[in-house]
Design a protein around this ligand. Structure first.
Ligand code: ZN
Ligand code: ZN
Length: 263
C-alpha cells in the first residue's frame, strides 16, 4: 500500500496541473490565442472519468459493501453506498451552483455575473471544495489498490489543467490582475493537496475510512464528469462536432488502459 510520501507526490502533481492551467491564461507568455486543445482535454477527461466511475470505482465499491453478503442483505448494504454517492453528487451541486452564482468549465464569458466581489469568492470557494474532493478521490483510490489509484489519478489529472484555466479565467473576467489569477489557481491546487492529505491522516485514525470515502468521492467525480464537463462539451458542439466524439475516445482509452493494467 502507498505511504504518506507517495500520496504527497501525487497530490503535488495534481496541484501543478491546476497551476499549469492557470499559467496558460495568466502568464506573460500565455498562448491565449490557441487553446483549442483545452476543449479536447475537457472532452477526453469527461469520457475518461465516466468510464473510471462505472468500470473501476463502482464495482470496487459494491464489492466492499457486499462482502460476505448475498440477496436482500447485499441489496440493503449497497443502499448505504448509493446514498453516499448521491450525497457526494449533491454536495458539488450545492457548492458550485447553489452557493456560488454560476459555474462552468472553460473560459469565463459572463463577466457581468462576477461584478460583486462576493461572487468571485463564492466561485473560487465552491471550486476549492470540489478540488478538495478531487484530492480525496485520488488518495482513497490509492489506499484501495495501487493500480486502481493510477487509473483514477489519470482520470482526475485530465481535468486539472482545464480546472486551473477556469479559476484563472474567473479572476480575469472579474477584472483581477494575472498575478491574482495565478494565486487563485494556487489556492485550488493547494486544496486538492489538502484533500489528499486529509484522507492520509483520516486513514491512520479510522480503519474503515476508505469504505465510506470511495462511494462519496465517486459521486463527486460523477458530478464533475457528467454535470460540469459534459455540458461544456455540448456547448462546444455547435462550432465543432469533433469535440463530442472525443468523449468516446476518453471512454475507449480508459477501457484499454484498464485492461492493460489488470493483466
Ligand atoms: Zn460564466
Ligand atoms: Zn476537479
Amino acid at each position: 500500500m502507498i505511504g504518506f510520501g507517495g500520496l504527497f507526490i501525487f497530490g503535488t502533481l495534481l496541484m501543478l496541473g491546476n497551476v499549469l492551467g492557470g499559467l496558460l491564461l495568466a502568464s506573460p507568455f500565455a498562448p491565449v490565442r490557441n487553446l483549442r486543445f483545452l476543449k479536447y482535454l475537457i472532452a477526453l477527461g469527461a469520457g475518461f472519468m465516466l468510464a473510471a466511475i462505472f468500470i473501476e470505482i463502482m464495482p470496487e465499491t459494491i464489492g466492499m459493501w457486499t462482502d460476505g453478503r448475498t440477496g436482500e442483505a447485499a441489496a440493503a448494504s449497497v443502499l448505504g453506498a448509493m446514498t453516499l454517492l448521491l450525497a457526494g453528487y449533491l454536495l458539488i451541486h450545492l457548492v458550485e451552483h447553489t452557493i456560488a452564482p454560476h459555474f462552468h468549465f472553460g473560459a469565463e464569458t459572463h463577466p457581468e455575473s462576477l461584478l460583486r466581489p462576493s461572487a468571485i469568492y463564492a466561485a473560487i470557494g465552491g471550486l476549492s471544495i470540489h478540488t478538495f474532493f478531487d484530492g480525496v478521490s485520488i488518495a482513497t483510490a490509492f489506499l484501495v489498490d495501487y493500480k486502481f489509484g493510477w487509473l483514477v489519478f489519470v482520470a482526475i489529472m485530465l481535468h486539472k489543467i482545464p480546472e486551473g484555466f477556469t479559476a484563472a479565467s474567473i479572476m480575469l473576467a472579474a477584472g483581477r490582475s494575472p498575478r491574482v489569477a495565478l494565486v487563485a489557481t494556487f489556492v485550488i491546487g493547494a486544496t486538492t493537496l489538502a484533500g489528499v492529505l486529509a484522507v492520509a491522516v483520516l486513514q491512520t485514525r479510522m480503519e474503515q475510512a476508505v469504505v465510506y470515502a470511495l462511494p462519496f468521492s465517486a459521486g463527486v467525480t460523477l458530478y464533475v464528469a457528467a454535470s460540469d464537463l459534459i455540458p461544456e462539451v455540448n456547448h462546444q458542439e455547435e462550432r465543432n462536432p469533433l469535440v463530442s466524439v472525443v468523449v468516446f475516445v476518453g471512454v475507449a482509452l480508459f477501457y484499454v488502459l484498464h485492461r492493460l493494467i489488470e493483466n
